[in-house]
Design a protein around this ligand. Structure first.
Ligand code: SF4
Ligand code: ZN
Ligand code: ZN
Length: 310
């Protein structure tokens, strides 16, 4: 990340970061401003947020989501009718989630943003650790990260409905979104939907990703420069993730190709937009829009309950 000489934007301070895909050398202040500006431009380019939105930000306690919360808090000061809420979903991962939740709550209240926490236990009657440690996850042949991701998504929608939110903002970065597209392709998903773009159809609470044009390493550097607290404990289930393998591949692929992730994002979205992403129905169980009769989250929740009860 090191870079010699002075900042090419202000010309005054020493540069600390060389942005390979643009050729800029940036000082800490200009780098942080550029990230906030990028988020502003991303929101406006894709029409992600409206001036009077009630925005639920999913905060995991990690650096990405806390950075997003800080940046949206700053941007929303120009939009007095907009409201921000921070929501943590506690999956019940023993020894891990409590630290994240504490960091998220303290950080949200330091910005004066209302904070709420919802747990898997309260919503579904089981914790993720219980599902894994009891052998139920293995029994139904589903990885912990899949259970975590699918049910966290459902939990965030429940939280958004309770708060009357008009949109959910998540901290998925450019890297995350390209990973998701590639994972979906590898899994042979027939109905790949745009990720992190505002899709209003079918009464769903739209999910947007204001970091969709910001690389992961730049979000990490922003968090570091802003002194955003870092969680120190790693999730015990992280190594079971297929996404990690895709992430490693993309890191390797983009190492000497500065534009690679942007090209992949554009190419994936050109393909998806050309094919279209089809209409939606409504899940018979939860009433949320779904391409299936019973949505994936409700189906998974039931399979877990059956496996735990058996
Ligand atoms: Fe959930 Fe997997 Fe992330 Fe752990 S590593 S928090 S199980 S998605
Ligand atoms: Zn500068
Ligand atoms: Zn459902």
């Amino acid at each position: 990340m090191g870079a010699a000489g002075f900042c090419t934007v202000c010309g005054e301070s020493p540069s600390i970061y060389f942005r390979r895909y643009s050729g800029e050398r940036l000082c800490a202040r200009c780098f942080c401003s550029s990230i906030v500006e990028r988020v502003r431009r991303t929101i406006s380019k894709y029409d992600l947020l409206r001036y009077d939105d009630r925005i639920v930000v999913g905060v995991s306690g990690g650096k990405d989501s806390l950075s997003l919360l800080k940046i949206l808090h700053r941007i929303e000061q120009d939009f007095p009718r907009a409201r921000l809420y921070a929501v943590t979903i506690d999956e019940g991962i023993e020894g891990y989630r409590s630290e994240c939740a504490r960091i998220a709550e303290e950080f949200s209240s330091s910005l004066g943003i209302p904070f709420a926490s919802l747990s898997f236990e309260a919503l579904f009657g089981f914790s993720l650790s219980e599902v894994v440690e009891s052998g139920a996850a293995e029994k139904i042949g589903v990885q912990p990260c899949t259970i975590c991701g699918v049910l966290r998504r459902k939990a965030l929608v429940i939280a958004a409905r309770r708060l009357g939110a008009t949109v959910i903002a998540t901290a998925h970065t450019l890297d995350d979104i390209v990973q998701t597209y590639l994972l979906n392709l590898l899994k042979g998903e027939g109905n790949i939907k745009p990720v992190g773009l505002r899709r209003e159809g079918g009464g769903a609470v739209p999910r947007v990703a204001p970091f969709r044009l910001t690389p992961q390493r730049e979000v990490a550097l922003y968090a570091y420069l802003q002194g955003i607290p870092f969680q120190t404990i790693t999730c015990p289930y992280t190594h079971t993730s297929m996404r990690d393998r895709v992430r490693s591949f993309l890191n390797w692929y983009s190492a000497n190709r500065p534009e690679a992730l942007y090209s992949l994002l554009n190419n994936f979205e050109r393909l998806i937009l050309r094919v279209g992403y089809g209409g939606e129905r409504v899940c018979e169980v939860c009433g949320e829009p779904s391409s299936r009769k019973v949505c994936r989250a409700c189906e998974l929740e039931q399979r877990i309950k059956d496996a735990l009860g058996a």
